[in-house]
Design a protein. Structure first.
Length: 202
C-alpha cells in the first residue's frame, strides 16, 4: 500500500522532497509520532497504550495467511496442515507486535505447537529470502501475500487462522498535523479502498 501511495505523492509534488519510511511494531512507532519524529504512523490500534491524544483514520481490515515458495516440497500437495509445516522454518511477526499475540492465540486454539525453527522479522526482503531460498513457511498479512502471489513469488496456503486486524493511520491531535501529512493520509485512505505497519516522515 505504501509504494503506490508514494508514487501518487511524487506525481503531484514535482518539487524535491524527502520522505523517511520506518517499519516497526506500532508500539514503537507511536512514541516517535508523539515526539514529532514521525508525521504519520500506520498499523493496528494498540491495546497496551492509550490513543486519546491521536487522530485515528481506519484504513482496512486484514487477516494473516501462510505462504510458501511455488517450488516448496509441499507446494504440489492439495491439502497442507500445520503438522506438515512443522519441519520447516517458520517466519513470524516479532513477539513485541500486537498481531503476534493474536497469532499465538490462534495457534493455541488449533492445538498447534510452533516449529522449533522460528525467525521473527517484519522485513519483506528477509521474509521472501527465507521463503524462496530456505523453504520457510511465512505468516504474513493477506494483502502482502496476495501481492507476492500475483508476482509468482509465493503460494498462499488454505490454512485457517481466524483472526482479523484493523489497520489505521495515526496522526497527532496537538500540534495539528501538517497539510502534507493530511494529504498523505488521504492518499492512504484512497489506496486502502483498493487491493504495512509503517511510519512515514514528511
Amino acid at each position: 500500500m505504501i509504494a503506490p501511495t508514494l508514487e501518487r505523492w511524487r506525481a503531484k509534488h514535482s518539487h524535491s522532497f524527502n520522505l523517511m519510511v520506518q517499519e516497526a511494531p506500532i508500539d514503537t512507532l507511536l512514541p516517535l509520532l508523539r515526539s514529532g519524529r514521525l508525521d504519520v504512523a500506520i498499523g493496528s490500534p494498540p491495546e497496551s497504550s492509550t490513543t486519546a491524544d491521536l487522530q485515528i483514520t481506519p484504513l482496512f481490515v486484514d487477516n494473516m495467511v501462510w505462504v510458501i515458495a511455488p517450488q516448496h516440497p509441499l507446494a504440489s500437495s492439495a491439502c497442507i496442515s500445520f503438522k506438515d509445516l512443522q519441519p520447516y522454518i517458520w517466519v513470524m511477526t516479532p513477539r513485541i507486535a500486537r498481531r503476534r499475540a493474536l497469532v499465538d492465540a490462534a495457534l493455541r486454539r488449533h492445538g498447534v505447537t510452533a516449529s522449533e525453527h522460528v525467525v521473527e522479522t517484519l522485513s519483506h526482503e528477509i521474509i521472501l529470502g527465507l521463503v524462496l531460498q530456505q523453504n520457510a513457511a511465512a505468516l504474513v498479512m493477506s494483502r502482502v501475500a496476495r501481492s507476492f502471489e500475483s508476482r509468482g513469488l509465493v503460494r498462499v496456503l488454505d490454512i485457517e487462522m481466524s483472526q482479523t486486524l484493523q489497520v489505521a493511520a495515526f496522526t497527532r491531535l496537538q500540534p495539528p498535523p501538517s497539510a502534507f501529512a493530511l494529504e498523505l493520509v488521504g492518499y492512504l485512505t484512497e489506496q486502502a479502498a483498493s487491493p504495512l505497519a509503517s511510519g512515514v516522515r514528511t
